[in-house]
Design a protein around this ligand. Structure first.
Ligand code: SF4
Length: 467
């Protein structure tokens, strides 16, 4: 993924599969995680359940680097869960990789989580005061502790889960394995996506539908916000105690603009179509005379096609990514980051030279990449460079699993639009209008969260964050 130092990062992708005939669930999970790699590139893992015995393998790095044939051959079983991770904190160590596998009084329990509990600190404090010891800084471990306690007074793991969901605030899509069941759930506001698919008699759960496509599973539906899905030898059933009115759900709108893969469908809405819609609306509200529209790869490209189609200005490929360069955000200083953009993206000079260019990108976080890209286009001979951003100004922190810089690093918090334009060096700069967000997802089957643009948070902001 290009220019990640100036982008937000999602906090994970999850996958689960139950195949009572035990047809290579580890390899299916491996393929599913490959499709979800964009959601997390720091660590990954797979846990399998072979006749009630859970084993796992985890590692730092990409799915293709962590697993090889030998490891996958050793992971036999009838169900599996998998995880790809970005950390939302500085601790990227292997101990925080998921799935987490624990032993408690009822046997083994494995869990993988996407999202962020906004009441993590309060829950952890409560648990520590009752004597709990932690080995990770993950939300998943908090959930394991609370679940284990609840399970002591509840007959089944899934009813214990339904009960503890009332204590959890924030975003959580989960896949879990008990000795006998694959269990999945989505938080009552449905903040992170999760979908259900099927392949013959095999059920599959994944963060995004692109993972189902990869293993030729048929998409059945999204897991409803608040719904728990249980798959065991008797088939599939659900618990809907925490399901609320779909209009009150708060699915992250940024999944459509940037996080999700463009070939995924979330809550009835194609991500590719949503991105094209952002470009089309930008062409309506922020038109400019130009010779060519280009997109910053990858997620700016769909929006650029939408802008070009609506405006009638030709779309062209002006930027090319080098996919083999490491992630720039690991570099320490700002100056190193700037040069890293040039390692990742190059300009097609013959396409750009002498033209007035509209460049579409999905977001601006710190502004470093945008300034660099505009300079590269000018060096390549662009007569004018007009920047259009397919998301509104990013003004507020996210407490629900998106790794963001502190507020004082946010470009749109520090500068006026004119100052941003001048710093970037563009001839004009326009953002997607926040009041038109609903128009990018006309088929969306539920409400959405836009708090990072509006400050309208679905959960109370915890005091420790305010401080
Ligand atoms: S605050 Fe923004 S990034 Fe976070 S869940 Fe809401 S829309 Fe998504």
């Amino acid at each position: 993924m290009p220019h990640e130092e100036d982008k937000l990062r999602d906090a994970c992708g999850i996958f689960g599969i139950y195949d009572k005939d035990g047809y290579d669930v580890a390899r299916m999970t491996y393929a599913g995680l490959f499709a979800l790699q964009h959601r997390g590139q720091e660590s990954c893992g797979i846990a399998v359940n072979d006749n009630r015995k859970i084993t796992h393998h985890r590692g730092l790095g990409h799915v293709g680097d962590v697993f090889n044939d030998t490891e996958l051959d050793s992971l036999k079983g009838q169900m599996a869960i998998g995880h790809v991770r970005y950390s939302t904190c500085d601790d990227k160590g292997l101990h925080n990789a998921q799935p987490l596998v624990s032993m408690y009084i009822k046997g083994q329990l494995a869990i993988a989580h996407n999202g962020k509990l906004s009441n993590y600190v309060a829950l952890k404090k409560q648990l520590e005061l009752s004597g709990a010891i932690f080995q990770t800084i993950t939300d998943a471990e908090i959930m394991l502790h609370i679940l284990a306690r609840e399970r002591m007074i509840t007959g089944r793991a899934e009813t214990a889960l339904a009960s503890i969901m009332k204590k959890l605030e924030g975003a959580y899509s989960i896949v879990m394995m008990t000795p006998q069941k694959l269990i999945a759930c989505r938080d009552p506001l449905g903040m992170r996506p999760l979908c259900l698919g099927k392949m013959n008699n095999t059920y599959v759960i994944a963060s995004e539908s692109c993972a189902l496509d990869t293993i030729n599973a048929t998409y059945i539906r999204d897991v409803d916000p608040g719904e728990i899905i249980i798959v065991d030898k008797n088939g599939l059933r659900t618990i809907r105690d925490n399901v609320i009115d779909r209009n009150d759900a708060r699915l992250c709108i940024f999944e459509f603009i940037y996080f999700a893969r463009s070939d995924s469908v979330i809550e009835n809405m194609s991500v590719h179509e949503a991105r094209k819609n952002t470009g089309a609306i930008l062409a309506e509200v922020a038109p400019v005379d130009a010779d060519m529209v280009i997109g910053v790869p990858d997620s700016g490209i769909d929006a650029a096609i939408g802008y070009a189609t609506r405006s009638g200005i030709p779309y062209g490929k002006g930027l090319v990514i080098n996919r083999y360069v490491g992630r720039t955000f690991i570099r320490a200083t700002q100056s190193e980051r700037v040069s890293a953009v040039q390692l990742k993206i190059n300009v097609l000079k013959e396409t750009i030279q002498g033209k007035r260019i509209i460049m579409i990108d999905d977001s601006i976080v710190r502004g470093t990449t945008s300034a660099n890209l505009v300079a590269m286009l000018r060096d390549a001979g662009a007569k004018e460079v007009h920047m259009r951003i397919s998301s509104p100004m990013f003004l507020n922190p996210c407490y629900y699993g998106i790794d963001i810089p502190s507020s004082d690093e946010l470009f749109a918090r520090k500068y006026s639009r004119e100052e941003m334009r001048d710093i970037i060096g563009a001839d004009s700069l326009e953002f997607f209008p926040v009041e038109r967000l609903k128009d990018i997802v006309p088929q969306l089957d539920c409400g959405y969260c836009d708090a990072c643009f509006t400050g309208n948070y679905p959960w109370r902001v915890p005091e420790e964050y305010c401080e």
